[in-house]
Design a protein around this ligand. Structure first.
Ligand code: GDP
Ligand code: ZN
Length: 310
């Protein structure tokens, strides 16, 4: 008899799986290990629904990872062709960036591409709004980085601006947080939970463990019935895997490209290129264009290497 559960966290091959009677620890079953030997994405990760088996002498194993509705995948540099799943079954994926100091536009664009690629509903959450004179103005300025995506400003400290986020943690829904260490993700989880469920960096520092020691990725069930998944591991560069998310995250450029004379225009030296025209006229900011080019080259380069290995 196999019982279902949801993975809250994976630590050195041991999964903490949430069950109605409470969390259980489970190691990986033989079938899962065999599948993972062929494809790392077969390993369970936080957010996965799994089937558990309990053996007569006590141990619990993960026997199957159920199909994922959405998956946040990080490319694994060179090592294998499959990538690593950072989080599964997110309904919404929030790119979390502090308003202060100045938000990092390139990082927002990169993580937003990843969020789009995952299949979850993307959003941008600007944290520490209490540190900006006019957080709404910062959100408006950044709106061009995130076409078609809501940009919210919140303060975990003041409990301000959280209302639009609540919909993403309604019963049965899971919100993922993607952003660098120190962005305020744990504080946001605590604010949404209305309790101190996550240890924040301030506490970690008091522990003397330093900034980057805590890298647990975990699913936190909220009292209201939804869940939040913090993904502190998402700070590496070169993590984008796939071009679908890029096209969505740069919908403004994709839209301009429909005006190019040639359908396969690389916006390089082709005649009648609407993208380069927009760049020349200033309609498309040079910074935005360079961001897109950099990410696009990365994806194309890795795609080429992968094809060469197959
Ligand atoms: P994480 O690494 O993304 O989980 O970030 P933390 O939640 O640990 O927060 C990093 C630091 O930012 C801590 O010192 C927090 O107290 C601080 N912080 C988090 N949220 C806010 C906020 O809304 N306002 C202010 N002023 N500081 C915040
Ligand atoms: Zn073009």
């Amino acid at each position: 008899d196999h019982r279902p559960g949801r993975v809250a966290r994976v630590d050195r091959g041991v999964c903490t799986v949430l069950r109605p009677e409470g969390p259980v620890r489970a190691s990986l079953g033989g079938g899962v290990l065999a599948a993972a030997a062929r494809d790392l994405t077969a390993l369970p990760c936080a957010g996965d629904w799994v089937l558990l088996a309990t053996w007569p002498d006590g141990p619990v194993t993960v026997e199957a990872v159920l199909p994922r509705r959405t998956a946040l995948v990080r490319r694994t540099a060179g090592k294998d062709a499959s990538g690593q799943v950072l989080a599964a079954n997110l309904d919404a994926a929030a790119v979390v960036e502090p308003v202060h100091p100045t938000p990092d536009a390139a990082r927002i664009e990169r993580l937003l591409s990843l969020a789009h690629e995952s299949g979850a509903e993307p959003l941008v959450v600007l944290t520490k709004a209490d540190l900006a004179a006019d957080p709404a103005a910062v959100a408006r300025q950044l709106a061009d980085l995130a076409p078609g995506v809501p940009v919210l400003a919140v303060s975990a400290e003041r409990g301000a601006g959280l209302a639009p986020l609540r919909r993403h943690v309604a019963p049965g829904r899971t919100l993922g947080l993607l952003g660098p260490s120190g962005a305020g993700k744990s504080s946001l989880v605590n604010a949404l939970a209305g309790a101190d469920v996550m240890r924040t960096q301030a506490i970690r520092r008091v522990d003397g463990k330093g900034r980057h020691t805590t890298t647990w990725r975990s699913l936190v069930p909220l009292p209201g019935g939804g869940a939040v998944l913090d993904t502190p591991g998402v700070r590496a560069v070169g993590l984008l895997d796939g071009v679908v998310g890029l096209d969505r995250a740069f919908a403004d450029i994709a839209e301009l490209a429909t005006g190019c004379r040639y359908a396969d225009c690389a916006h390089d030296a082709e005649p009648a290129c609407a993208v380069r025209d927009a760049l020349d006229s200033g309609e498309l900011p040079a910074r935005r264009w360079e961001s897109w080019r950099r990410l696009q080259r990365e994806v194309a380069y890795e795609g080429g290497r992968r094809a060469a290995r197959l």
